[in-house]
Design a protein around this ligand. Sequence first.
Ligand SMILES: [Zn+2]
Length: 269
Amino acid sequence: MVTRADIGVIGGSGFYSLLDDATEIEISTPYGPPSDVVTVGRIGSRSVAFLPRHGRDHRFPPHRIPYRANLWALRSLGVRQVLAPSAVGSLRAEIGPGALVVPDQLVDRTSGRTQTYYDAGGVVHVAFADPYCPAGRKAAVSVAGASGWEVSDGGTLVVIEGPRFSTRAESRWFSANGWSIVGMTAFPEAVLARELALCYTSMSLVTDHDAGVETGEGVTHEEVLAFFGTNVTRMRSLVGDVIAALPEERVCPCGSALDGLKLPFELPG
Ligand SMILES: [Zn+2]
């Protein structure tokens, strides 16, 4: 029975399960319970923990997800590398539905979310110039390309507060800034991962063009879920292949992100 894991996967909208022969683990954290029970099992030779970001019944909207509990729970199970598949809207005409974007930058347009673990017991400023793990990105891009995905290596993911979608003006503004995709959950997830010295890699599946790029009525949640539903098998198999391609020993800078900082707590796991 596997009860610890090296790799964590946080599944987005429509992505509610990953592992076949898995152990369910209920975890409590100083930040309350995570979105759901964590399932732990094996994919090939790697031990993997899976957590559905919105809960298996999709009960948490993006602004109510217990982000701090989720990352803390994964780290306390031993996880050091996190893959984050999610559904996003495209801000670029040339990136269409079905494409995979592996962003290298992030813009935070959320408001009112707790975005740090370091809110008591001392001042800590973590570096976040490069929010994503270079090794995880490399694995995701090369594996997706080799499996025939249309893949964008790099790009900026702008994270909006939600739960509403963008107005056309917002969407055009994001696009005019040169940003590639828009989502609702990659922040504060990415920064919380950094604050726990975890590797974090976003694997963003484009489900639609955002309001400013397309000409119809704009995106609906039903359309996003339906699209993700038809692509979830493909996405699950890609995540499995990327897991196999992740380095066993971390060679990226993520694990030393907190070196020299005086943390207000002891890191779990
Ligand atoms: Zn890393």
